[in-house]
Design a protein around this ligand. Structure first.
Ligand SMILES: C[S@@+](CC[C@H](N)C(=O)[O-])C[C@H]1O[C@@H](n2cnc3c(N)ncnc32)[C@H](O)[C@@H]1O
Length: 304
């Protein structure tokens, strides 16, 4: 396992880093340069704001679903820029953390987060079997063409009794807003369809418990978490509701400038309305890595 040096430029080679000649990471439907307005810098800011918005609610759920304050390691797969890693470090200073991502340039921004950093594919982790107490995957599975190999790896590296924690969304029950703008439904459907066409799935929330059971996890449970502007300024919801995410779709020819302007106008109306209310919904699913003796097979066997 290898620690990355200071960002923004990691070394040209180290164990687990893809060959620099062919180093475009295969991050499924995720491309940090085209996720939101402003390219990579815009995406780093969006990841940070997104983590800030709901981390408290997410942490409460992680605790309810079995995360304890010490021990570990917790292996955060698809940790990206370390937005959650840094917050976990602050909230749980005794917990040992490992942050993994397929994208070395993104992961370099997690330097100093208080975690060991590893560049690797979720489906092929350079970690020992039964070496982790927790695995966390936050907004990663929705980008993978097939989540099963990543879940099989998560199960392999977890100790028997270790917990997998998966945080995701489902585009069709993303939350509630008042006032509602039905004219934006088609625009958001195009965003989901674009991710789907790139091999992702923005409706993965509904599949989480089945995916975990299919991967062999036991004690599978799912909890929703809600974030509202009762306790935060409406502007904090810009990473989710603002037009930034839509701008790359204009560049790609998926949305017209007219559609983008419509979405921007509705967001501006919404944020200027002192009575506007929003609740975002997310989901965290958890499962336990079974003891080999519980199901008569080794934890690494029989995973499709
Ligand atoms: C939307 S970002 C979420 C980042 C972070 N989990 C957070 O919540 O701030 C998705 C992350 O998954 C990573 N990723 C995508 N495919 C991956 C794979 N096959 N193996 C490891 N990481 C992957 C991306 O590079 C990116 O950092």
């Amino acid at each position: 396992m290898t620690t990355l040096p200071t960002p923004p430029h990691p070394p040209t080679s180290y164990p687990g880093r893809p060959d620099p000649v062919s180093s475009t990471p295969n991050a499924g439907s995720y491309n940090p340069a085209t996720t939101t307005a402003g390219g990579l810098a815009g995406e780093l800011a969006r990841l940070e704001a997104q983590a800030e918005l709901s981390f408290d609610e997410e942490l409460n759920l992680l605790r309810e679903l079995g995360l304890t304050a010490s021990g570990g390691p917790l292996v955060e797969i698809g940790a990206g820029s370390g937005a959650i890693t840094r917050r976990l470090r602050r909230a749980l200073p005794e917990l040992s953390l490992v942050a993994v991502d397929i994208d070395p340039d993104l992961l370099a921004h997690a330097e100093g987060a208080g975690a060991e950093l590893i560049v690797a594919d979720a489906a092929d982790l350079p970690l020992e079997t039964a070496s982790a107490q927790y695995v966390l995957l936050r907004y990663v599975l929705q980008h993978l063409p097939d989540p099963a190999p990543a879940l099989a790896e998560a199960r392999r590296i977890l100790r028997p009794g270790g917990r997998i924690l998966v945080t995701e969304v489902d585009a069709s029950c993303w939350g509630l807003a008042d006032p509602v703008y039905p004219e934006l439904v088609g625009i958001h459907a195009k965003m989901a369809a674009t991710q789907q066409a790139a091999g992702g799935d923005r409706t993965i929330g509904r599949r989480l418990t089945r995916l975990l059971r299919d991967a062999g996890f036991t004690e599978v449970a799912l909890r929703p978490f809600a974030t509202t502007n009762d306790t935060r300024p409406t502007d904090d919801f810009a990473p989710h509701l603002g037009p930034g995410r839509l701008q790359p779709l204009v560049t790609a020819g998926v949305l017209s400038l007219r559609e983008f302007a419509l979405a921007a106008d509705r967001w501006n109306r919404f944020r200027a309305d002192p009575d506007a209310w929003v609740m975002l919904l997310g989901f965290t699913a958890a499962g336990t890595a079974p003891d080999a003796s519980q199901n008569g097979r080794h934890p690494t066997e029989g995973i499709q």
